[in-house]
Design a protein around this ligand. Structure first.
Ligand SMILES: N[C@@H](CCC(=O)N[C@@H](CS)C(=O)NCC(=O)O)C(=O)O
Length: 245
C-alpha cells in the first residue's frame, strides 16, 4: 500500500493592516482584483494605532498599509504591490526589459512624487497654520506637475503601461481618487485622461469592494486635537522649540 497522497496545505491567510486612505487603497485593490483572501486589520491612524508597539513590529515606519504573509512582512504600498505581483504573476507587464523598466520608473514616480507631493499639498492646504503661502504654493505646484505628466502619458495609451491594466494603474488609482481634495474641486477639468482611468477603475467590482472597506470598522473621521497630536507629532516641538534657525 502506498503512502496516501496528501493535498498541499493551503497558503495561510495574509493580514492587511489598513486605513481607508490612498496608499492602503492601492494594495487593497490588488488583493481584491486578484481574489486573494486576507484578514482585514484596521489601523485607526486618527486614534494613534500606527504608533502601537504591535504595529511598529510589523511596520517600523508606523504608516499604513502593511501586509503580513506567513513569515514575509512587507510595508510601504509600492513594495507591497511589487511583492503581490511577483507572488502571483498577476497585473505585471510583459516580461521584457523595456516593459519592466517602464513599470519600475512609473511605480517609483508615484511612490516618490505623486504620493509625497499630494500628501504635503493636503497637509498645507488643510492643516498647516498661517503663514503657509510659500509651502502650499510649492507642494500644490509639484502635485500639479506630477499629475500633468500622468495626464500626458495617458493621452498616448489606455493604461499607464500600454494596453494592459497593471499594478501601476492601481498605484495611480490610489491617489487619483482624492484629486479634488488635493488639487481643488475643478482639477479633473485639466486632467481628463486621469479622470477617464479613474472612472474605468472605479467601475470595477474590486474597486467598489475597496471603497466598502471604509465601513468595515468605525474609523475615526474627525481631525480633532487628539488626532492632530498622533498624526503630526512634529508639532510638539513647536511648543518647546519655536524656531529652528
Ligand atoms: N510611503 C508610504 C506612505 C504611507 C503613508 O503615508 N500612509 C498614510 C496613509 S495614506 C498613513 O498611514 N498616515 C498616518 C501617519 O502618518 O501617521 C506608502 O506608500 O505606503
Amino acid at each position: 500500500m502506498g503512502v496516501p497522497a496528501s493535498s498541499p496545505s493551503p497558503d495561510p491567510m495574509m493580514q492587511l493592516y489598513y486605513h481607508p486612505s490612498p496608499n492602503p487603497a492601492k494594495v487593497a485593490l490588488f488583493l481584491e482584483e486578484a481574489g486573494l483572501p486576507y484578514e482585514f486589520i484596521p489601523i485607526d491612524t486618527r486614534k494613534g494605532d500606527q504608533h502601537s508597539p504591535e504595529f511598529l513590529a510589523i511596520n517600523p515606519n508606523g504608516k499604513t498599509p502593511a501586509l503580513a504573509d506567513a513569515d514575509a512582512v512587507v510595508f510601504d504600498s509600492t513594495a507591497i504591490l511589487l511583492y503581490l505581483a511577483e507572488k502571483t504573476g498577476l497585473f505585471m507587464p510583459a516580461d521584457t526589459r523595456a516593459e519592466r523598466a517602464a513599470m519600475h520608473s512609473w511605480l517609483m514616480f508615484v511612490a516618490t512624487g505623486i504620493g509625497p507631493y499630494c500628501g504635503q499639498a493636503v497637509h498645507f492646504r488643510y492643516f498647516a497654520p498661517e503663514p503657509k503661502h510659500y509651502a502650499l504654493n510649492r507642494y500644490d505646484f509639484e502635485a500639479w506637475r506630477h499629475w500633468k505628466l500622468i495626464e500626458e502619458r495617458l493621452q498616448q495609451r489606455r493604461y499607464m503601461l500600454g494596453d494592459a491594466y497593471t499594478l501601476v494603474d492601481m498605484a495611480v488609482w490610489g491617489w487619483a481618487r482624492v484629486i479634488p481634495r488635493v488639487l481643488g474641486d475643478g482639477a479633473f477639468e485639466q486632467l481628463p485622461q486621469v479622470k477617464r482611468l479613474l472612472d474605468e477603475i472605479n467601475a470595477r467590482p474590486a474597486a467598489q469592494r475597496v471603497e466598502a472597506l471604509a465601513t468595515r470598522h468605525a474609523f475615526k473621521t474627525e481631525v480633532d486635537d487628539d488626532a492632530r497630536r498622533v498624526l503630526f507629532p512634529q508639532n510638539a516641538r513647536l511648543e518647546t522649540r519655536p524656531s529652528h534657525d
